[in-house]
Ligand binder design. Structure first.
Ligand code: SAH
Ligand code: MG
Length: 214
């Protein structure tokens, strides 16, 4: 099972979303054909809502892949703001650079190559939004490192937190994912019960956690 929602619900929700501009739509299609793990369309729409609600100008992302979501967020900010993103896979990192160039967004998107666990310590700046979309066992570390760089009132969005349904029920957990599932459950407990944060977990896409940094 890949989707946590019934397919007809996802299809219907997606049918309500305005088409992206042509170039971005083509880029999405190419990524989907290659089965790259880019953000679901409805997750993009939710991110768009948040960026506009809080007037985000500076975003930090963990997990660039080939750059789709960073380019999407840059377009949502009308190509004005700044996205800092991190990718540890060299092939994807180089491809992200190329894609960002083809969208003429080199000035708006900065891609760091390496493990976010190290890189995050060396990034300066303060951000209104963070988007966590990388190795699922390390979300708590990514989150805490991002939280240090957030402005008060900032929002951290964590993607894939319900991971194919496995996080919510043991019935779906496959053996080699056991550790990841335990870590993700601990992460969701943590961000849901710490007084510094207000978190809402939504069954959108593959599960999204939205956290307000008070
Ligand atoms: N946000 C992208 C998709 C990211 S897929 C989009 O929606 O377009 C997750 C990516 O995170 C993968 O490319 C993977 O290589 C990268 N990744 C996983 N763990 C990482 C880590 N510790 N540091 C940096 N990148 C990581
Ligand atoms: Mg994701």
């Amino acid at each position: 099972m890949d989707n946590i929602n019934r397919e007809y619900i996802d299809v219907y929700i997606n049918s309500l979303i305005n088409d992206e501009d042509k170039k971005l739509e083509e880029f999405r299609k190419k990524c989907e054909e290659r089965q790259l793990p880019i953000i679901h369309k409805e997750v993009g729409q939710f991110i768009k809502l948040i960026i506009n609600s809080i007037n985000a100008n500076n975003i930090i992302e963990v997990g660039a892949n080939v750059g789709y979501s960073s380019i999407f967020m840059s377009e949502v900010m009308n190509r004005q703001g700044k996205v800092v993103t991190i990718e540890r896979n060299e092939k994807f990192y180089l491809e992200a650079l190329e894609n960002i160039k083809s969208f003429n967004l080199e000035k708006n998107i900065e891609v760091y190559f390496g493990d976010a666990i190290d890189i995050l310590d060396n990034i300066n700046g303060s951000f209104e939004m963070a988007f966590i979309d990388a190795a699922k066992s390390y979300y708590e570390t990514f989150f805490n490192k991002c939280a240090l760089k957030m402005k008060s009132g900032g929002i951290i969005i964590s993607d894939n937190v319900l991971y194919q349904g496995m996080i919510a029920t043991d019935d779906l957990v496959i053996r080699r994912k056991k550790t990841l599932v335990r870590h993700m459950r601990e992460f969701l407990e943590y961000i849901s019960h710490d007084d510094r944060y207000i978190t809402s977990v939504l069954p959108l896409g593959d599960g999204l956690a939205i956290t307000l940094i008070k």
